[in-house]
Design a protein around this ligand. Structure first.
Ligand code: HEC
Ligand code: HEC
Ligand code: HEC
Length: 429
């Protein structure tokens, strides 16, 4: 009897807890639809506001994600590979059926600040609203005006292919409790305007942490590790708070050059997912990039190189020798001493390259496999992909050779394995 009684009260307790949990989740995930509006007449927007909006869109890389390969700008359809499946970007042109033509500024603002679509459904955080929430009201209104002035394009994104249970959108509400801190940051009165604007651009529109901060297993940025460096699309996004770890410290002018031209004479050239970021930053006024550089330099931690003495012990000598032969055959025409690219093009020497000096071989391997895409008239930036010419061991041999020849850093470990893993990731996409 007694046991049964206890069982019953347990059952009642469990039922009450379930009802409470259901009520809490309804409360958390319930979002109202915002009534559709008639698209504003494009000419009704102030020209200055629209102009400012184009700058905002560039700083936020909206077109980079919302344009499919070969597709119309902002019409969406680009697949984003996540550990949880594929998410397609949506159409943000002012088409009323398939785009955001019937969205009021209020609905747009809610999407940017809280990741909720006009009809009330939760958006996935592959859309970096956890960062855009830091934008000012003025920037959001300008982006809205700019997008509403685009040509409407009829285009519906393919359905997402996400794993269970993440294909159930309301779950994002719980994720938001952990990772969304809504609204702009308060001004830091101890710093000047440029620093404050830089912080707003880096943490907000620029969403730099989305790539440059390590992620946890549920796709949130790890707490307390902002800008410690992350991995995106198989590339390493280096830490942004120990930039001074490269052989030549990053100065402000080097940073501005890198961010606006994709090239800094004493460091890296931007490749992989960073290249489009720099192509967008090339179109905004220098004062914005200056503010970004100012803020980044204020984040720097002490130099790592000074506390880590170089150690070449353990280098694989035969691998390095094989790498030297391969380098002279495949790479020296461009990267060798006195090659036209080095002597005429003011290209960074591999000795100062952050890529070759990095703690992991990931981006050096990526460079070899993928090269630098043909940029049309900017042909000097071209590097052919070697993924069909070199096998994993050859890639590793060249990497080991570069590391030993151009840097005083300890040898990389397991480069063959890194190459194999990166190739495997490529095929699954
Ligand atoms: C890193 C990629 C990425 C960037 C950069 C990005 N978006 Fe998106 N955005 C997405 C994805 C993915 C979705 C769809 C999310 C979903 O379906 O849950 C989306 C959805 C949206 C939506 C909701 C559309 C709808 O129909 O619900 C709006 C509005 C939007 N983005 C605006 C912008 C603006 C404005 C910018 C630039 C400031 C921007 N996005 C930059 C990835 C991105
Ligand atoms: C879509 C992902 C992505 C975003 C967003 C992004 N980055 Fe990067 N970033 C990368 C990757 C990947 C690299 C490495 C590229 C390479 O080695 O060619 C990189 C490299 C860099 C470097 C060079 C670091 C070094 O040590 O060589 C700087 C500086 C940088 N990013 C700054 C920024 C800033 C500032 C922002 C925001 C305005 C930003 N990044 C946004 C992915 C990203
Ligand atoms: C046709 C010319 C060409 C060839 C051949 C070539 N590269 Fe490149 N490489 C480039 C260009 C252009 C860049 C972009 C940066 C620049 O302009 O310096 C680059 C960048 C790199 C970088 C990144 C440097 C940094 O930090 O920005 C590495 C590493 C690299 N190449 C390695 C190699 C290796 C290894 C080979 C041979 C397997 C090779 N490259 C062959 C043209 C070439």
């Amino acid at each position: 009897m007694k046991a049964r009684h206890r069982f019953l009260s347990l059952l009642i307790f469990a039922a009450a807890a379930a009802v409470l949990a259901a009520a809490v989740s309804v409360y958390l995930t319930w979002e109202k639809a915002i009534a559709p509006t008639v698209p504003p007449v494009p000419s009704s927007f102030d020209r200055q506001l629209v102009l400012h909006g184009s700058r905002v869109a560039a700083l936020g890389d909206c077109a980079v994600c919302h344009t499919a390969p070969g597709g119309k700008p902002y019409a969406g359809g680009l697949p984003l590979a996540t550990p949880f499946g594929t998410i397609y970007t949506t159409n943000i042109t002012p088409d009323t059926e398939t785009g955001i033509g019937s969205w009021s500024l209020e609905a747009f603002t809610r999407a940017m600040r809280r990741g909720i679509s006009r009809d009330g459904h939760q958006l996935y955080p592959a859309f970096p609203y956890v960062h855009y929430t830091r934008m000012s009201d003025g920037d959001i209104a300008a982006a809205y005006a700019f997008l509403m002035q685009r040509d409407p394009v009829v285009s519906k994104a393919p359905d997402n292919a996400l794993i269970f249970p993440l294909n159930f959108r309301p779950l994002v509400a719980f994720w938001n409790v952990l990772f969304l801190r809504e609204g702009p940051e308060a001004r830091d009165a101890s710093r000047d305007d440029k620093w404050n604007r830089g912080r707003e651009l880096v943490n907000g529109l620029g969403h730099c942490a989305a790539c440059h901060t390590p992620l946890n297993p549920i796709g949130g940025e790890q707490w307390g590790k902002a800008f410690d460096g992350g991995v995106v699309d198989g590339w390493e996004a280096p830490s942004l708070n120990t930039l001074t770890a490269s052989p030549h410290p990053w100065t402000k002018s080097q940073l501005i050059a890198y961010l606006r031209t994709g090239m800094s004479s004493q460091h890296s050239a931007a490749a992989g997912p960073m290249l489009p970021v720099t192509q967008e930053l090339a179109t905004v006024p220098e004062e914005d990039v200056d503010a970004i550089a100012t803020y980044l330099l204020s984040l720097q931690k002490p130099r790592i190189r000074d506390v880590m003495p170089p150690d070449h012990a353990g280098a694989d000598k035969t691998s390095i020798q094989r790498g030297a032969v391969l380098f002279s055959a495949a790479c020296a025409a461009c990267h060798g001493e006195n090659s036209p690219m080095q002597s005429l093009g003011e290209r960074p020497s591999l000795a100062t390259s952050s890529t070759v000096n990095a703690a992991t071989p990931r981006n050096t391997v990526q460079m070899m496999l993928e090269g630098v895409q043909w940029q049309g008239e900017r042909e000097v930036r071209y590097m052919p992909p070697f993924k069909h010419l070199l096998n994993d061991r050859q890639v590793a041999d060249i990497a080991n050779y570069l590391r030993a020849t151009y840097t005083d850093q300890p040898p990389w470990k397991d480069v063959v394995q890194t190459a194999a893993e990166i190739r495997k990731g490529d095929q699954s996409r």
